[in-house]
Design a protein around this ligand. Structure first.
Ligand code: NAD
Ligand code: G6P
Ligand code: MN
Length: 441
């Protein structure tokens, strides 16, 4: 089998060790000849880099491993770039979550004003790594899960239309695992129909390969318990705040019992509830810093100190194996069916062609082929159209450096109550993001 060279962009991410371990676990399906980490924060990345160097020497010495902050070293001779960068890191995620709360609006990293602020930062970083990839490895593909994926995808559509960037999210993957547990199946046994925008969509069908439909059974369960399952299935999304989120799907289903909701809809349908239960001094960014970040970086330091990764605290991120499935789909033309963020072009019949939507696709050597999802009902369509326009306005604001358009984007967001609040928020967001955003006028 062909062996691949992969660079992980955002090598210093808390997800890097889990994803590297996952890839080592899948070497028989996706063999590696080279694995590189690339980050623009050398100090942060080197902790994980040094630890993973030790781990790879012990567990996969045949894979050539390196880590770098030099774009040429990072991006030359690669087949895939797996991208999970966070422009501004947790310091700025904290701002994304906390600034809106000061204005009575939900504080979330990818939804509402937080997502808009993060989007305005991410576009620059994403364009930078796409350009490095195209300069040094023009045939490579980027598998991107850097957030906010909707805004990033729309920016790529307009600014890098010919680039080989595939945008994917793990929330539907994680929720399908929960659904499969509810009906005592495995995700691999199931095929879904789904439509929406990223972090904003619905399942319309969950069938097994024989064609038996399980959506009613799952719906009955979710109406009682949300997506909270008896036995923990996920390797991610398990912190207490995530358990709350899975449970809240019950209330999402109540307002729209037709389809099974993506958990992120709670920020749009119950923003008052989310705001009331928010803890402005300790948001999700703080929970992650005190939890996942601390755990991963302490484990890395321990490996370096001991000089061995035997009995290390690094854990395989089994949940992330969809990334290998996606790479394999491209490399081996597997036509795996996956939910991807793609240009609509009729996949949702009554939705704009130029919308970046999340729908099932067959993925092969030429990329994703979206599967037609037909017409969607007006409730979902109206919600999606509003959110789509927010995302489009953000990208236009970025390109045109337009204060007006970003104000409109914030005003239109379902999470923001008025143009006045939107303006106050915008002025604060500009101030805290001044090192990252283009200057608006
Ligand atoms: P993190 O802050 O731990 O890691 C991000 C890394 O990116 C940092 O080391 C940072 O230095 C680096 N970085 C920032 N700008 C860069 C640039 N221009 N070039 C190279 N590196 C850069 O964050 P995390 O919590 O581990 O998350 C990483 C990313 O993955 C985030 O964007 C997050 O939203 C995303 N994510 C997405 C999904 C999904 O479903 N799509 C799932 C999980 C995480
Ligand atoms: C889900 C979403 C991702 C998001 C992540 C946040 O997986 O699909 O897009 O980045 O949650 O998780 P965290 O643990 O960092 O709050
Ligand atoms: Mn996501």
């Amino acid at each position: 089998m062909k062996k691949f060279s992969v660079v992980i962009a955002g090598g210093g991410s808390t997800f890097t060790p889990g994803i590297v371990m996952m890839m080592l676990d899948h070497l028989d399906r996706f063999p590696l000849r080279k694995l590189k980490l690339y980050d623009n924060d050398g100090d942060r990345q080197s902790v994980l880099g040094e630890a993973l160097e030790i781990l790879l020497k012990e567990q996969a010495p045949e894979v050539e491993f390196s880590y770098t902050t030099d774009p040429k070293e990072g991006f030359e001779d690669i087949d895939f770039c797996m991208a999970h960068i966070r422009v501004g890191k947790y310091e700025m995620r904290e701002q994304d979550e906390k600034v809106p709360l000061k204005h009575g609006v939900i504080g979330q990293e990818t939804c509402g004003p937080g997502g808009i602020a993060y989007g305005m930062r991410s576009i620059t970083g994403m364009l930078e790594i796409i350009d490095y990839m195209e300069q040094y490895s023009p045939d490579a593909w980027m598998l991107n899960y850097s957030n906010p994926a909707s805004i990033v995808a729309e920016a790529c559509r307009i600014l890098r239309p010919d680039s080989k960037v595939l945008n994917i999210c793990d929330m539907p993957v994680g929720t399908l695992r929960r659904m499969s547990q509810i009906i005592e199946k495995t995700p691999a046994e199931l095929e879904v129909r789904y439509f929406g925008l990223n972090h904003f969509g619905w399942w319309t069908s969950v069938k097994d390969r024989e064609g038996n439909e399980y959506i009613d059974q799952i719906r009955a369960y979710v109406a009682e318990n949300g997506y909270l399952t008896q036995v923990e299935v996920d390797t991610q999304h398990t912190d207490p705040s995530w358990q709350e989120t899975h449970k809240k799907a019950k209330d999402l289903l109540a307002v729209n019992p037709r389809y099974l909701p993506n958990t992120y809809l709670k920020y749009y349908l119950y923003p008052d509830y989310e705001f009331e239960k928010a803890t402005p001094d300790f948001t999700r960014a703080n929970e992650v810093m005190a939890g996942r970040e601390k755990k991963v970086f302490s484990a890395a330091r321990a490996i370096i100190e001991k000089g061995t990764a035997v009995d290390s605290g690094f854990e395989i991120d089994a949940h992330a194996s969809f990334i290998v499935d996606l790479a394999r789909a491209i490399a081996f033309n597997t036509h795996e069916r996956m939910l991807m963020i793609v240009e609509n072009n009729g996949a949702i019949a009554n939705f704009p062609d130029d919308a970046m939507v999340e729908v099932p696709c067959l993925v092969g050597t030429d990329g994703p082929e979206p599967l037609a999802q037909g017409k969607i009902p007006e409730f979902e369509q109206a919600l999606m159209y509003q959110q789509l326009t927010v995302e489009k306005l953000v990208v236009q604001a970025y390109i045109e450096k337009s204060y007006q358009k970003l104000w409109q984007a914030l005003t239109l967001s379902k999470t923001v109550p008025s143009a006045k609040v939107a303006k106050d928020l915008l002025d604060d967001l500009i101030e805290v993001n001044k090192d990252y955003w283009p200057e608006l006028s």
